[in-house]
Design a protein around this ligand. Sequence first.
Ligand code: FAS
Ligand code: PHB
Length: 389
Amino acid sequence: MRSQVAIIGAGPAGLLLGQLLYKAGIDAVILEQRTPEYVLGRIRAGVLEQGTVDILDLAGVGARLHSQAMTHDGVEIGASGHRHRIAFKDLVGKVVTVYGQTEVTRDLMEARAACDAPSIYEAESVELHDISSARPWVTFVHKGVKQRLDCDFIAGCDGYHGVSRRSIPAAALSLFERIYPFGWLGVLADVPPAWDELIYADSERGFALASMRSETRVRCYVQCSLDDKVEHWSDEQFWAEFKRRVGEDVAARMTTGPSIEKSIAPLRSFVAEPMRYGQMFLAGDAAHIVPPTGAKGLNLAASDVFYLYEALSDYYRRESRAALDQYSGRALRRVWQAVRFSWWMTSLLHRFPGEDPFFGRIRGSELDYLFRSDAAQRSLAENYVGLPL
Ligand code: FAS
Ligand code: PHB
């Protein structure tokens, strides 16, 4: 089997790259270890930057998003018992789109199926070979049969635990990581949101986030300890804790309901440099992870993929390798801006176990400055809505 590009992973990064390459007439095969149902069952991101929406439109998959998504002109930050609105549209003239990653993935899957482009699900034991040569190749096992895919390029879109990054010799990689001493317990429930825009709440008991997927479905999170387990939390316990943190007015008017999904996500900042080795290019979580506080993970995957699509299009259209050679540096510049912002939002809004009192005062002073300063709010706004591609 042969293809111009082998894409490892059918999450948002792999599927979006596949769709962009298809539109450019570049053939690609996607190899995914799981089933489509499993991929769709993972509940993750909820907020899209305008740049991401534009890239989804470029890929031809924005129709349902434009008919069903909500746009938000701001978010609220809660601290010390009151909330302050960060008015994106007034501050920087941009908005964000609330549309779950599950729906983005579903739109991309349906578009790929409609153009009959090859995706091989349940592709096991994927291995990358000769990635630093001009003729890389991939092997995998599908339905018990070992197969080989020869290609010009490999796109490692297989997430943090994938095989692509691990196929790069350790000596060729620089890894940067920060593990946060807490996680997020998230609940999805079919109840109407009692908030118009997202609420990021810092409270004495810890962080909480009130988000949503639609006018009838909420996505809510509470900061939890690293040794917490989902089974430790009944729905009633979750809602009681969420209400203690999100603010009395919201707690008083909100409805609760049974969780249709409940999971704990660990929080880490992680970057692998460079995002390229030979003919293999990393994109999305395969190259970097951010704590979800800044709503950047999915959006970074989209910008990586856009840069890689442009570079591959240049190569196949004009036989130019310049953009391929610039890919890693271009992507990493935006990655580190998002890593910094996500680290800052996480440090600002979470109480760290055993936090020294000095840092606690610094955090309080930072929030006080944020609530008083248009300049500080403009800085948060321009990062949250997304820096230019
Ligand atoms: P993904 O991990 O989504 O996809 C990688 C794909 O590769 C998967 O389908 C996997 O099965 C496949 N794969 C892995 N190894 C393979 C192999 N060896 N062979 C073949 N296939 C392989 N971001 C936000 O913006 N907001 C959030 O609230 C948020 N919450 C998150 C919660 C959790 C638990 C996690 C893990 C991430 C969260 N993220 C969030 C980040 C998330 O949205 C990612 O940024 C996004 O999924 C990145 O997409 P991909 O890079 O495609 O990686
Ligand atoms: C979500 O809706 O899942 C979500 C929104 C914003 C975040 C993190 C998660 O920062």
